[in-house]
Design a binder for this molecule. Structure first.
Ligand SMILES: [Zn+2]
Length: 513
């Protein structure tokens, strides 16, 4: 007898339907065909044990299991359940009538219980789009799948329960979708910008960065609070849209990390990889491709503390994704794309000893050392950073100042307002914020009057800024104008944007190729 069951293969951050055909013939043998990897091939042993331990009979026949389409690689133990049910149905130990209604996933343990698998969110989306009535899946994966509406999610404990369900001997209550975006008006963070005394210029820089999605670098001596400030950035970021939240959760779903996903991720991710990270861990890769830190930071923040300490090769592999906002991983027989649209937040000391330009302490670095230190970061990488901020230790007067500190939520409400302006501006384009503008978008949306243009040119000359700073200044000025609620970019906006190019002044652009 020939029966069909249905399952799914994850590819990048998407999934495709897999049809599993099981045929019983004369003889005693077991064939598994259709590009399975080793974990799939080993399902045979797990299924046999699970049958024995649950009172099912492994048929003494020639069993052929075909997984289609044949050109899609099937990996992992996710197919244990649909193969097992296929064998039981073909040998008439379970009713096969309703098999076409369900997509099944799950790894079997030897006692027949189900273990969670990865990539459940993309699988649930695919199952819904392919018109399945429901998904039978391990209990631990149910919350993740329930993010998707329009399909019934049946959490099951083990093989025996699935058989009872298909035989109409037991009903399982599908769990209801749990989709709750709070509109961004609640902050559940323990940190807050109101904890930070003074540092007004840095808070302002973060507000601009968050409002336009700009990359930002903080330069300052040890102890000035660079990472303390950076860690508070998530508290003022705008909430993710439904689409953004789904995309980000999908990446975390396929990443195979141990942590189970409890539902839709609603907070933008904040990733802080250590400076010893490898190229592959940062951008993704591996024999079975996995998304890297830049993709796990998708729609959120990638924070690189002590930027010059990262291996040069690591920083270089990040350049292309910074431009393309996605990363492509090529293997002999296939390529996968992972989205990687993130805000880069970097921090560094101004020199190896940390006290170059310090108001009270002396820098002990020899001649040329400071420039060599800065040169560890290539010009093209620096060129992709819109805002440069010098962080100085908070002075005594600022510390004792009684000026009240703004709460993160107050800053965030201005950020959201500015983002809403951008949402409307780019509604017919495939970008969401000012930082994502290309040259053409910039020409279209950042027109400046000849008067303002003159102010900009003069200021750039006076401050010794290189030509490549021009585009950055315009983009940041666009965001400042949006925060200001101004349709036009005015000279006051340009003047503020220019202040955030301090590293250009020191000759980054000229001395680095
Ligand atoms: Zn120094």
């Amino acid at each position: 007898m020939l029966v069909k069951t249905f399952s799914s293969a994850v590819f990048g951050i998407n999934a495709e339907k897999i049809t599993i055909e099981v045929n019983l013939g004369q003889g005693i043998n077991y064939f598994l065909v259709g590009l399975p990897d080793n974990a799939v091939k080993e399902s045979n042993q797990r299924i046999k044990a699970a049958f024995t331990n649950n009172g099912f009979k492994f048929p003494g026949k020639e069993i052929t299991v075909n997984m289609a389409p044949a050109d899609i690689r099937k990996e992992g133990a996710v197919y244990d359940l649909p193969i097992a049910i296929g064998i039981l149905a073909a040998s008439e130990q379970v009713n096969s009538e309703s098999l076409e209604n369900y997509l099944m996933i799950g790894e079997l343990s030897l006692d027949g219980m189900l273990r969670p698998v990865r990539g459940v969110l993309p699988i649930a989306i695919q199952a819904r789009n392919d018109g399945f009535k429901g998904i039978l899946l391990p209990e631990e994966n149910a919350a993740e799948a329930a993010v998707v509406s329009g399909i019934e999610i049946y959490p099951v404990k083990g093989l025996r329960q699935v058989v009872s369900f298909l035989n109409n001997e037991e009903s399982i209550l599908p769990i209801s979708p749990s989709f709750n975006l709070d509109g961004g008006l609640l902050n559940s963070f323990e940190l807050d910008f109101s904890d930070v005394k003074g540092q007004m210029n840095i808070k302002r820089a973060f507000e601009i960065a968050a409002a336009g999605g700009h990359n930002i670098i903080l330069v300052g001596p040890p102890g000035a609070g660079k990472s303390m400030l950076a860690k508070r950035l998530p508290t003022i970021l705008p909430p993710m849209t439904e689409d953004e939240a789904l995309e980000t959760t999908k990446i975390h779903s396929v990443s195979g990390r141990k942590r189970l996903i409890k539902g839709l991720m609603i907070e933008r991710p904040f990733r802080k990889p250590h400076h010893t990270i490898s190229d592959v861990a940062l951008v993704g890769g591996g024999t079975i491709p996995q998304p890297g830190e830049i993709s796990l930071a998708h729609n959120g923040v990638l924070f690189l503390d002590e930027l010059p300490e990262y291996k040069r090769s690591v920083l270089e592999v990040m350049r292309q994704p910074l431009e393309d906002r996605q990363v492509t991983i090529s293997r002999a027989k296939f390529t996968v794309d992972y989205p990687a649209s993130f805000m880069l937040v970097a921090a560094m000391n101004p020199c190896p000893c940390g006290y170059h330009n310090h108001p009270t302490r002396k820098c002990v670095c020899g001649p040329g050392v400071v420039q060599r230190y800065l040169n560890r970061i290539s010009g093209p990488l620096m060129d992709r950073i819109d805002l440069h901020v010098e962080v100085t230790p908070v002075g005594h007067s600022e510390l004792i100042s009684s000026a009240s500190n703004e709460y993160s939520l107050e800053i965030k409400s201005r950020v959201i307002k500015a983002r809403n302006i951008q949402k409307i501006r780019y509604s017919s384009e495939r970008i969401y914020c000012n930082a994502q503008m290309n040259k053409k978008d910039q020409e279209l949306h950042c027109e400046i009057s000849s008067e303002v243009s003159e102010v900009l040119k003069l200021a750039m000359e006076k401050m010794g800024l290189s030509a490549r700073a021009y585009d950055r200044i315009i983009k940041v000025a666009r965001t400042i104008a949006d925060l200001d609620g101004s349709e036009d970019i005015l000279s006051i906006h340009i003047a503020e944007a220019i202040q955030f190019r301090s590293l250009d002044k020191k000759g980054w652009a000229e001395n680095i190729s």
